[in-house]
Ligand binder design. Structure first.
Ligand code: NAD
Length: 344
């Protein structure tokens, strides 16, 4: 990565800051564009000490900020968005404004700057109510939230910009990412940091529903690997693999169109919420054995939640050579160690 310059939007957030630290460790120059809507300055503590790092404080809804941040960059890893399904149900206009309006501005600025590739955070929520499992990229159902719609519209824009202007794009449909720095606080916190934070404080974790809902939980280091491979795998290799994959799946693929693909990024295994609590308790009991006795509380299911989620990672493996290094349980051990040190 030495000699390359990356723009990471949303770099003060959970996924973005982990991407930045990895890129810097590999010798890359990195620019972070963030308005700190949900990101934290402390996530950039290590990066800020590195002279290959530049923080550009700005908003992806402001085209000038996008233009200034992307100058001289080889690759964009676009993570900035307002995450969370419930947040988008409560305030669909804000999610649309940032996740679609901001996305198009950033994509346009990247195209104008002539970047080599635009890799962006898509989402498993795009599968909506499609019943098939595991989820394969070309089969999806009705969207269940404004958030899901915004992420799908981004995919359409990426395809369209590739066709119209030739900018290469890869969307990574993340499945329930977890790990160090994911925020445990606030109304829209994700389930793993929320449960870990409750358990560390000997408070009951709340499960929405009976705990049988399941997710394909994906450790952050797998997601970092996916982003780097999505950015740097040569175009001809991706196109060649995509032709074979399309043939195998009997789907249309036109190798003469500029590259714009969407790929699932997950571990490829599903864990129920009941099992998740057991794994978290086991991992945290290495630090405090009383955590094993904290009871779980069950309450009603939430609007917009899908019962199960499981990815096929065949396409990711074929196109960019993605092979997740951390299983769910390995990731949980890593994450719990980090949270115990940082939250206690
Ligand atoms: P996060 O909230 O920790 O990070 C998002 C970052 O974007 C924050 O630093 C925030 O300040 C920044 N941001 C928000 N609005 C902005 C704006 N208008 N201008 C500039 N910066 C802005 O979330 P995350 O979990 O790190 O998610 C990163 C990306 O991955 C998002 O696009 C999210 O939708 C997507 N995603 C995440 C998951 C997951 O499980 N965490 C799953 C699917 C998709």
């Amino acid at each position: 990565m030495f000699g390359y310059k990356f723009l990471v939007t949303g770099g003060a957030g959970f996924i973005g800051s982990n991407l930045i630290d990895f890129l810097l460790s590999q010798g890359a120059a990195v620019v972070c564009l963030d308005n700190f809507a949900t990101g934290k300055r402390e996530n950039l503590n290590d990066a800020s000490k590195n002279d290959r790092f530049t923080l550009y404080e700005g908003d992806i809804r402001n085209y000038e900020d996008c233009q200034k941040a992307v100058v001289g960059c080889d690759y964009v890893l676009h993570q900035a968005a307002l995450g969370s399904v419930p947040r988008s149900i409560e305030d669909p206009m804000a999610s649309t404004d940032v996740n679609i309006g901001g996305f198009v501005k950033m994509l346009h600025a990247a195209k104008e700057a002539g970047v080599k590739r635009f890799v962006y955070a898509a989402s498993s929520s795009t599968y909506g109510d499609h019943p098939d499992m595991p989820k394969v990229e070309h089969k999806f159902g009705n969207a269940l939230s404004p958030y899901a719609i915004t992420k799908y519209v981004d995919e359409l824009y990426a395809r369209n910009f590739a066709d119209l202007y030739g900018i290469e794009c890869i969307g990574l449909r993340y499945f329930n990412v977890f790990g160090r720095r994911q925020d445990p606080n606030g109304a829209y916190a994700a389930v793993i940091p929320k449960f870990v934070s409750s358990l560390i404080n000997h408070e009951s974790p709340y499960i929405n529903g009976d705990g049988s809902y399941s997710r394909d939980f994906t450790y952050i280091d797998n997601v970092v690997q996916a982003n780097i491979k999505a950015a740097t795998t040569p175009t001809k290799d991706i196109v060649c693999q995509m032709s074979l994959y399309a043939n195998e799946q009997t789907i249309d693929f036109d190798a003469s169109r500029p590259l714009s693909e969407v790929i699932n990024i997950a571990y490829g295994e599903r864990t129920t919420l009941n099992d998740l609590v057991v794994y978290l308790k086991e991992a945290l009991s290495a630090y405090d054995s009383n955590i094993l006795n904290v009871p779980t509380v069950y309450r009603e299911t939430r609007n917009g939640d899908i019962p199960h989620s499981l990815a096929s990672i065949k396409k990711a493996s074929a196109l960019i050579g993605y092979h997740p290094e951390y299983s769910v349980r390995e990731g949980i051990l890593e994450a719990c160690g980090w949270y115990y040190k940082n939250l206690k």
